[in-house]
Design a protein around this ligand. Sequence first.
Ligand SMILES: Nc1ncnc2c1ncn2[C@@H]1O[C@H](COP(=O)(O)OP(=O)(O)OP(=O)(O)O)[C@@H](O)[C@H]1O
Length: 289
Amino acid sequence: MPILEVHDLSHVYSKGTPFEQKALDHVNLNVERGEFLAIIGHTGSGKSTLIQHLNGLLRPTDGQVLLHGKNIFASDCDIRRVRFRIGLVFQYPEYQLFEETVGKDIAYGPTNMGLDAAEIERRVAQAMEDVGLDVSLRDKSPFELSGGQKRRVALAGVVAMQPEILVLDEPTAGLDPAGRREMFELIRRLHDLHGTTIVLVTHSMEDAARMADRLVVMQNGRVFLTGKPEEVFARADELEQAGLTVPQVTKILLELKKRGIPVDTGCYTIEQAVAQLLAYKQAGGKNGC
Ligand SMILES: Nc1ncnc2c1ncn2[C@@H]1O[C@H](COP(=O)(O)OP(=O)(O)OP(=O)(O)O)[C@@H](O)[C@H]1O
């Protein structure tokens, strides 16, 4: 059974008012345990609205979200507990830091869970280690830290709840290339170390393809395409017609394949593409890359 199921989910903002706005239109989606899923799509396609339903921050206008097969809004389902199990990291989460020390901020979630002091202590230490924050920062004010460190504190606050599913909305927004790389490495480590199921929203096709096992492409509040990155990018023409940018490396590899060069189109970095072409050249253009 999938860990999370989205059944025929629709959402209309300000329903019944002159400002009515349909944001999701009969979305169906399964998330498997341990999966790394990326949701992509251009601005306004419904990504943020969708993920806010995953832990019950938004109530569906129609349809359901099931966690382990159970409707999260069922009368016997405690929505607070759902939010401990599905951790949501908003865009620019550092703006939500408010405690006087890093340690207290990270402890906020575990404290709300009603854990005892020793367990809270253990989780704060573990979460700081998981996100690469030095213990010496624990008693500092979060407001004295750099932007990247603040974001790690915010992430640690969710990680400390040890959610089964971590949902991240554009976690690299506003970071420079080095910061983006570090943030992605960190998310990858959380996934690999603890087997946390990840749902990542991003604008970047490249990042999604490099990080995720499966992509969900949203358009106009609907799931437009879903599949492994190579399956999705094999439909480059449809993606481009929908106004979505296919990674340049993929475009080149698809074009080479069309011309009979047996490249693997499932790679997304220049280094990997060059390595393939060099291998092809060294084999005298006879073998597959
Ligand atoms: N609070 C709101 N009230 C009314 N309409 C909203 C609200 N939030 C989003 N919308 C509308 O719902 C639609 C989907 O928005 P949503 O933010 O989910 O898209 P998105 O893909 O996450 O966009 P972005 O990439 O810009 O964050 C858009 O038309 C948007 O204008």
